[in-house]
Write a protein that binds this ligand. Structure first.
Ligand code: NAD
Length: 521
């Protein structure tokens, strides 16, 4: 089916991002210039992957503007850290309410600027709302421990303090939710946030910033609590090289994570890295194949394969291999590919031509290594697909050791491989450099528990009878090995945004030393 080209785009005007040139240091209160076109090389062009048309232009943040943003953030931090944490939670609650009011429009903007289907775009905004709710509760639970002191008349405890301005660098594929995972938790912790969104999705950040700025203004709080800087890698480097930024949370490719990790470690700052995955599902001969097929298709073809948790490898027991393969091909044949704004669509376009080319190159590498494309893989042209980067999700036969299978190709390619014994399947699942998400489909409790045990999956996320993608915000999210080791969102991830202070108070009249040391003067 051809993409729908005459969709209702009124959400752009309601969010104030249509046909405008937007300055690169967005505060949410700036005036908009009429679109003048990309005359300045430092101008980002926001185009839609639906048909490649220009939505708006945004200027990159330059060094002087960046320094102003950091100074404003530092000033805001001095105020914000004094606001009691539950009151900070109240501000986050109001942000959640604003997001509820804008869920439909913001979800559509995510779909239009990034290319995921509207249903998933709205799901992303729902994730922001969920993390706001979570953070409101967390604002009353920034618990420190009290320990018994070994000395009489002493109290020993720890408390948590905010860090300062936190840099948040985000990827194109979750243009709003990843900011919220970081920013809402950081905010209740008392930090202020400087956001560098992907250069491919600058308008989503502008729209979020406007929503947040209204809440800050209404509560008479400084706008420097949440700032946005725009641009590519160079602007991200402003944050990673700046020792005024104690923590840089960076989501993106492993290449980016290595660079940011090395730079921030060089100044002994902290990083929270959320990088690429190479996620597998094991399907046992004791699996419910109906469940498995649905989870695999959503995990592998959903978001056009552009999730960090996308299912990229399928490790199938030899007894069910042929049946599962046939069922997947049948399911893939019925996938409706088209405009993400069309409610009938299940698979939208890839973000840009570079992504479509990378997919074609990966399939060529696969064939060269001895693999086979069983279904799909082609770029869709004509029939109204002009200007977009629409591809048919691919199902392939592959071996785990092929170099291309060892890499994350950010496109819908599913590699099928066979196993005989569970140990072998787990070794294949773990036999890649990345360690984000994994799952097993089985109705056998022994297999499930073996997969979840210390000898089982080595990933940050390990599921049973659920696919690899679509995590809830309540758990800590992140992965091991080259995925970077960071944990964000729920559980006790808040600790990453604070500094721990251990306090010992002597309320007695003597000065006993620890370990019973005598030192009389
Ligand atoms: P990318 O690495 O190209 O860019 C990510 C962000 O990093 C962008 O904002 C970019 O401008 C910035 N950047 C790039 N190089 C930088 C540098 N040297 N210093 C500072 N900033 C730099 O990634 P992408 O194509 O936008 O996103 C796709 C990748 O993100 C995939 O690998 C995907 O798996 C990963 N991802 C991971 C998670 C996770 O939670 N683990 C979530 C979403 C996406």
């Amino acid at each position: 089916m051809a993409p729908e080209t005459h969709a209702d785009l009124s959400f752009l005007s309601r969010l104030g991002v249509k046909g405008v040139h937007i300055p690169g240091t967005s505060t949410g209160r700036h005036s908009l210039d009429p679109a003048t076109g990309p005359t300045d090389p430092a101008t980002l062009r926001s185009t839609t992957p639906v048909d490649g048309s220009l939505i708006a232009t945004v200027s990159s943040t330059n060094r002087a503007q960046y320094d102003e943003v950091v100074e404003r953030a530092q000033e805001a931090f001095r105020i914000w850290r004094e606001v009691p944490a539950p009151r900070r939670g109240e501000i986050v609650r109001q942000i959640g309410d604003e997001l509820r009011a804008h869920k439909e429009d913001l979800g559509r903007l995510v779909a239009y600027e990034m290319g995921k289907i509207v249903e998933e775009g709205k799901g992303e905004v729902q994730e922001m709302i969920d993390i706001c709710d979570f953070a409101v509760g967390q604002s009353r639970m920034l618990y420190g421990k009290t320990m018994p002191s070994e000395r009489p008349e002493h109290r020993l405890y720890e408390q948590w303090h905010p860090l300062g301005p936190v840099g948040v660098i985000t990827a194109f594929n979750f243009p709003v939710a990843v900011w919220a995972w970081n920013a809402m938790i950081a905010a209740v912790c008392g930090d202020v946030v400087i956001w560098k969104p992907s250069e491919k999705t600058p308008l989503c950040a502008v729209a979020v910033q406007r929503i947040v700025a209204r809440v800050l203004e209404r509560n008479d709080l400084p706008e420097g609590i949440f700032s946005v800087i725009q641009g590519g890698r160079e602007v991200g480097e402003f944050l990673s090289t700046d020792d005024r930024i104690p923590l840089v949370s960076a989501t993106g490719s492993i290449r980016m994570g290595r660079e940011v990790g090395r730079t921030v470690a060089g100044r002994l700052g902290r990083t929270l890295l959320e990088l690429g995955g190479n996620n597998a599902i094991i399907v046992s001969d004791r699996a419910d194949l109906d469940l498995a097929v649905r989870a695999i298709v959503f995990g592998a073809a959903g978001t056009a394969g552009q999730r960090c948790t996308t299912t990229r490898r399928l490790i199938v027991h030899e007894a069910v291999f042929d049946e599962l393969k046939e069922r997947l091909i049948r399911a893939y044949s019925g996938l409706r590919i088209g405009s993400p704004l069309d409610p009938e669509t299940l698979v939208g376009p890839l973000v840009d031509a570079e992504a479509a080319n990378a997919m074609q190159a990966a399939l060529a590498d696969l064939r060269e290594a001895g693999g086979e494309v069983l279904f799909g893989g082609e770029v869709l042209e004509g029939d109204g697909y002009e200007g977009g980067n629409y591809v048919r999700p691919a199902i392939c036969l592959a071996e785990n050791h092929y170099p291309i299978v060892q890499e994350e190709t950010f496109a819908p390619i599913l590699y099928l491989m066979k196993y005989t014994e569970l140990d072998e399947a787990i070794a294949l699942q773990n036999g890649v450099r990345q360690g984000l998400s994994s799952s097993i489909f089985t109705n056998d409790v022994r297999e499930a528990e073996a997969f979840l045990s210390a000898q089982g999956s080595d990933c940050g996320i390990a599921n049973v009878n659920i696919g690899t993608s679509g995590a809830e915000i309540g758990g800590a999210f992140g992965g091991e090995k080259e995925t970077g080791g960071g944990r964000e969102s729920g559980s006790d991830s808040w600790k990453a945004y604070m500094r721990r202070q251990t306090n010992t108070i002597n309320w007695g009249r003597t000065l006993p030393l620890a370990q019973g040391i005598e030192f009389d003067v």
